[in-house]
Design a protein around this ligand. Structure first.
Ligand code: NAP
Length: 296
């Protein structure tokens, strides 16, 4: 049995939907079933509740699970949560854990200077020493993070970010879902391997705004703001804890040191997945950028 943790989250739910599309059985670990209603009706999906920080709640999730995709929220407890889960999985007889990690695509980006990539590296090392078979998947920035900019795109025809001329190579979560599905179904040959993965283009924020403009049919400007202005806007919106704003400050400061961004399509090639361009992503989500619908 294949188990996916973090299954009610952004990437976990996309991966579960991909399993359902392929008609392949998968078990979805969620902390709260009420948050996973959209997954309840999908065929071939078994939903199980459990808390990764409380091993006693994981018996049903881990029973008979051979291979696990390990995802949890990027928060202060991510290392503790994922290491506790790795221990519980080993106790339960899981063979192979695929760690959903992350790596910034900026050329020269020091992953240790951004707390979330640092935490991912720490969990990767813990997993490698656990005695379990492992594979690390390290996606770059998700294209879906730009959907969070929809409010100012809709209200002000503008994308406000503190990126100056730095470029990024964002990846579509739908591509990640296809890669992960293939890996979870045929994992053995990928044990002990790490895959960095990005989208197919390195883009400046001006280019991102141009792609969104084409998709929505009106001119969206990229407006560079200072990191402090961006932080203030995020905190003013509410729902963003201070530690998360601090993490974004670290990320921006490192990104601004790296104006170029690498493109790495090894995982797309290895698993036969066609890389989605930002233009395709923007067209697929044009209704969200126009304010006509909500993201999935
Ligand atoms: N954003 C990016 O551009 C990017 C790029 C590369 C990599 N990443 C990494 O990708 C990972 C996943 O991101 P995401 O946006 O999909 O995350 P997300 O939407 O926050 O989902 C995380 C999921 O983990 C679950 N979870 C957290 N703690 C748990 C626990 N103790 N027990 C059981 N479930 C728990 C959450 O459940 P609840 O719903 O109950 O809270 C949620 O469903 C993160 O680690 C992030 O660092 C992100």
């Amino acid at each position: 049995m294949i188990l996916v943790t973090g299954a009610s989250g952004l990437s976990g739910s996309a991966i579960i939907r991909e399993f359902a599309r392929q008609g392949y059985p998968v078990r979805a670990l969620v902390r709260n079933r009420a948050k996973a209603q959209a997954l309840e009706t999908l065929p071939t999906v078994e939903i199980v509740e459990g808390d990764m920080l409380r091993p006693g709640t994981l018996a049903d999730a881990l029973s008979g699970a051979e291979r696990v995709l390990l995802i949890s929220t990027a928060d202060q407890q991510m290392v503790e949560t994922q290491c506790a889960f790795i221990d519980a999985a080993r106790e339960a007889g899981v063979r192979h854990i695929i760690k959903f990690s992350g790596a910034e695509s900026g050329v020269g980006f020091n992953q240790r200077n951004f707390r979330f990539t640092r935490m991912h590296e720490d969990v990767e090392h813990y997993l490698e020493q656990s005695g379990l078979a492992w594979t690390h998947l390290r996606p770059s920035q998700f294209m879906q993070v730009y959907l969070r900019e929809a409010p100012t795109i809709i209200a002000q025809d503008a994308l406000f970010l503190p990126m100056e001329n730095a470029r990024l190579s964002p990846i579509d979560i739908e591509d990640i879902a296809k890669i992960v599905c293939a890996l979870l179904r045929n994992g053995r040959e990928h044990e002990g391997k790490s895959y960095d993965m990005t989208g197919p283009e390195s883009l400046s924020m001006t280019e991102v705004a141009e792609q969104i403009s084409r998709a929505v049919g009106r001119n969206i400007r990229y407006v560079n703001v200072t990191p402090a202005e961006r932080r203030q806007a995020l905190l003013a919106k509410g729902g963003v804890p201070a530690y998360f704003a601090d993490a974004l400050d670290e990320q921006v400061s490192e990104r601004l040191k790296c104006s170029e961004s690498q493109v790495c399509l090894d995982a797309h090639k290895a698993f036969g997945v066609r890389p989605t361009t930002f233009a395709e992503f923007a067209r697929r989500n044009a209704a969200v950028f126009r304010g006509e619908s909500m993201p999935l």
